[in-house]
Design a protein around this ligand. Structure first.
Ligand code: HEM
Length: 132
C-alpha cells in the first residue's frame, strides 16, 4: 500500500522538492531554455542557493541572504513562462508532500510569481534598475 504523503519538515525534504522541481524545469520546452541559457553548467550552485531560499521561507532557518528578484529583471519571461513555472511547482509539491507547510510552499510561490512578473513588466516599461 502507498504511504500517505507527509509534510515538508526538514532540509532533506527541501532538497527533494527543489531537485524534483528543477528536473521538470530543465526539460520543459518553454522555460527550460530560459534557465539553461543563464545557468549553463552552474546548476549545482543554483540548486544550493534554492535549498537555502526555500529553507529560509518554509523552515525559518535563515540561510538565504540574497536579493531574489534582480536576477530576473532582464529575463525573457512573460505570463506564459510564470504560469508554467507555477504549474510545475504546484505539481511537484503535490506529488511529494501534504500539509500546512506544503500549502505554504504553494501559496508563497503563487504570490512571488505574481510579484516577479509585475516587477519584470515594470522594469521593462521604465528602463529602471531594481535594487531589491
Ligand atoms: C518563469 C519564471 C522564472 C524563471 C525563468 C526564473 C529563472 C531564474 C534564473 C535563470 C535564475 C539564476 C539567475 C542567475 O544565476 O543569475 C534564477 C534565480 C532565482 N530564482 Fe528564479 N525564475 C523564475 C521564477 C522564480 C520565482 C517565481 C521565484 C520565487 C518563488 C524564483 C526565485 C529565485 C531565486 C531565489 C533565485 C536566486 C537569486 C539569487 O541569486 O540569490 N524564481 N531564476
Amino acid at each position: 500500500m502507498k504511504q500517505p504523503l507527509q509534510d515538508i519538515s526538514n532540509l532533506n525534504d527541501i532538497r527533494i522538492l527543489v531537485n524534483s522541481f528543477y528536473q521538470k524545469v530543465r526539460v520543459n520546452q518553454l522555460i527550460g531554455p530560459v534557465f539553461n541559457e543563464v545557468i549553463r553548467d552552474q546548476w549545482p550552485v543554483h540548486l544550493e542557493k534554492m535549498y537555502r531560499f526555500w529553507e529560509t521561507l518554509l523552515l525559518g532557518n535563515k540561510t538565504y541572504f540574497g536579493a531574489p528578484f534582480p536576477p530576473h529583471a532582464q529575463l525573457p519571461a512573460d505570463k506564459e513562462h510564470f504560469d508554467t513555472w507555477l504549474r510545475l511547482w504546484q505539481e511537484t509539491v503535490d506529488e511529494h508532500f501534504k500539509g500546512p507547510v506544503a500549502d505554504e510552499a504553494r501559496w508563497r510561490a503563487d504570490k512571488m510569481a505574481i510579484l516577479f512578473l509585475s516587477k519584470i513588466r515594470y522594469y521593462r516599461h521604465t528602463g529602471k534598475t531594481p535594487l531589491i
